[in-house]
Each structure stands twice: as structure tokens, then as C-alpha cells.
Design a protein around this ligand. Structure first.
Ligand SMILES: [Zn+2]
Ligand SMILES: [Zn+2]
Length: 334
């Protein structure tokens, strides 16, 4: 039913694509990150929580239709429905059923709840398309509350010394996850423009993002002293940071598990917090689908598909243009 083409994942009987990376007529979009929701599609279909950010990024004039989780739609004889992927707000797995055959394209996902995204649900299928961003046993996440406590402790101890805490996190997903979970009694939370824009868009769609204040030209040194500043990776090392002196920097990312990326990023602290499944989450999620055929996309795809074959799956690598959690760019995953 599905074919992997140079435009993206193509549903042959349905005549639509899932997260295509080249312009097509009809696209079903798993989530609003820029490597999955791209510009130039004639028609988009996605979860309604993804629409505000997609409009903000791709233009108010895009033709997009929203769906609820669990709701289904018939596209040229293919029954299409969306199911929570737990990756960021609105992120969906796309279930496609045609003549008794079921495929699920999961986009990006994580299994553990984060208090903001809709919680991941396993979907039974015959064919499952999985990411493998953190598909190595070394990647093992702590429960979110432990990481949030580490962030609170870091922020509090900085604040007590009159030091500002600058935390780098991706603008969509990770930023709101941190904002909604840290202890607001420690101080105020300021934001970089890219983060605040996303917050504003989400709030205007009725989603709850706790109070934040945009850092503006007029924002004084005194005002930000001891507060938590949520910035995008691109802000690190720029003159925008000067007003926060003295400050400490940190990054919240799955890559903080490794020493290399932390040093490359030149941050003082790394918090291991990812919006992707870790090794054991990937394995349990795949098992829960009951699928025999697994297609492994972005990440450690070669090594992870080999592992899956050893476990008895019919697994193969699929080349895509999804980026997973990168160590650069701010618009992609967290
Ligand atoms: Zn991705
Ligand atoms: Zn993503």
C-alpha cells in the first residue's frame, strides 16, 4: 500500500503522501516540526493542534484540514486516522487501512508522558514505520520529574547567587515542556523571540503555556537577574546574551547524554531531556504494534534495523529527509 519515493512516503491507493519533502497535491502531516511539515503542498491534513504552528510557519493561506485523534477519514478507499505520537503537541501517528492491510507511519515519537503533548498510544498494524534517532542502548532517559528537578536546582542555585540561567531548547516542543514543568516560584521566565512566537501561537489556539516574558530591547539587566531565560540554540554566543551577564548556560536535549555534543555546544550544563523515544521505548513501542514489517527512518537506521532483524522482524532501512534531533538548527526537533 505504501511506497517510499523521492518525494516522500506515498500511499498508492490513497494517492497521498505522509510528511513529503517535495511539493505534492495531498499531504498528511504527522507534526509541525519543519522537517516533517514542509512548504508547497496543495492540501494538508493534520491534527488540529498542529495547524496554528503550521500556518505561522508556512503561511496563513495554506489549505489545511484538521482532524481529531481517533477520527477517521476515507481517502480514495483508504481509511486514514491519527493517533497520539507523544512527541510534541499535536504530533500524530498516521494509521492507514486498505483491504485489511494496516500501515502506521509514526513520524517522531516518544512513549513517556511529558505533561503537555498528548500521550503516545500504540496502534496495532502489519507495517510500522519508525524513527531511530536514539536507537542505541546507550540512550536511556530518566523520568521527566528527575530532570525537571535538576533544572529547578540549577536555576535556584544560580538565582541565589544573582546569576541568570540561560537554557537552550528547541522553540516548538522542548521549550513549552520546560516552561510548563519547572517551578515558577523560583523566579520569572523570559524567552527568546522564536520561543515566544511559538508560545503566542499555541496560547491563541487555546493551549496552556504558563506565563513567559519576551526579552526585548528595553528589558533591563535588573529585571532578568536570577531568572530563567529560554533561548534557541542559535542565540548561544551572540550579543543578545550580553544583557544576562553574569549567566550560566545549559541545554536540554537527548544528545546531552554524550559528552561530545555538550562540549561542542559550549554550554555549562547539559540536561538529558528528549522528545524522542530512547532505546527501550523504541523497542517496546515497536513490539506493541504487533507488526512484523518495520521500516526504519532517520537516526541510527542501519544499526537499529540490523538489531530488529536479529529479533526476528522483517526490518529495513528507509532513506528519508527527516532530521531527527539534530545538534544544530533550531526549528527541528528537541
Ligand atoms: Zn523529525
Ligand atoms: Zn519532530
Amino acid at each position: 500500500m505504501l511506497k517510499f519515493t523521492d518525494r516522500g512516503i506515498y500511499c498508492v491507493p490513497g494517492d497521498f503522501y505522509v510528511d513529503p519533502w517535495k511539493p505534492v497535491d495531498r499531504a498528511v502531516i504527522t507534526h509541525a516540526h519543519s522537517d516533517h511539515a514542509r512548504w508547497g503542498m496543495k492540501r494538508y491534513l493534520t491534527h488540529h493542534h498542529s495547524i496554528p504552528v503550521m500556518r505561522h510557519r508556512l503561511g496563513e493561506d495554506i489549505q489545511v484540514q484538521g482532524m481529531e485523534f481517533g477520527e477517521s477519514q476515507n481517502i480514495n478507499g483508504v481509511r486514514v486516522s491519527l493517533h497520539p505520537a507523544g512527541h510534541i503537541i499535536g504530533s500524530a501517528q498516521v494509521r492507514m487501512e486498505h483491504r485489511g492491510e494496516v500501515w502506521v507511519a509514526s513520524g517522531d515519537y516518544k512513549v513517556a508522558p511529558d505533561g503537555f503533548s498528548e500521550e503516545f498510544e500504540p496502534v496495532a498494524c502489519h507495517h510500522f514505520i519508525t524513527e531511530s534517532t536514539f536507537g542505541l542502548p546507550v540512550y536511556k532517559w530518566k523520568p521527566q520529574e528527575e530532570v525537571i528537578k535538576e533544572i529547578n536546582d540549577w536555576w535556584r542555585s544560580n538565582a541565589e547567587k544573582g546569576v541568570t540561567s540561560v537554557l537552550v531548547a528547541y522553540a516548538l516542543g522542548k521549550a513549552q515542556r520546560v516552561i510548563n514543568n519547572v517551578d515558577h516560584s523560583i523566579g520569572r521566565i523570559f524567552t527568546h523571540g522564536a520561543v515566544e512566537n511559538t508560545n503566542v501561537v499555541l496560547r491563541s489556539a487555546g493551549l496552556e503555556v504558563l506565563p513567559t516574558t519576551l526579552v526585548e530591547k528595553e528589558t533591563s539587566k535588573e529585571e532578568v537577574k536570577g531568572s530563567l531565560v529560554i533561548a534557541t540554540p542559535s542565540a548561544l554566543g551572540t550579543s543578545w546574551m550580553n544583557r544576562f551577564k553574569p549567566f550560566q548556560t545549559a541545554m536540554a536535549s537527548g544528545w546531552m547524554m554524550l559528552r561530545g555534543p555538550r562540549r561542542r555546544r559550549n554550554v555549562d550544563r547539559g540536561f538529558v531531556l528528549s522528545d524522542h523515544a530512547d532505546w527501550s521505548e523504541l523497542n517496546t513501542a515497536i513490539k506493541a504494534t504487533g507488526a512484523e514489517n518495520i521500516y526504519v527512518t532517520h537516526g541510527y537506521s542501519t544499526i537499529y534495523s540490523k538489531y530488529l532483524r536479529e529479533q526476528g522482524y522483517n526490518a529495513s532501512v528507509v532513506e528519508t529527509e527527516y532530521e531527527g534531533e539534530t545538534d544544530s538548527g533550531e526549528s527541528v526537533d528537541a
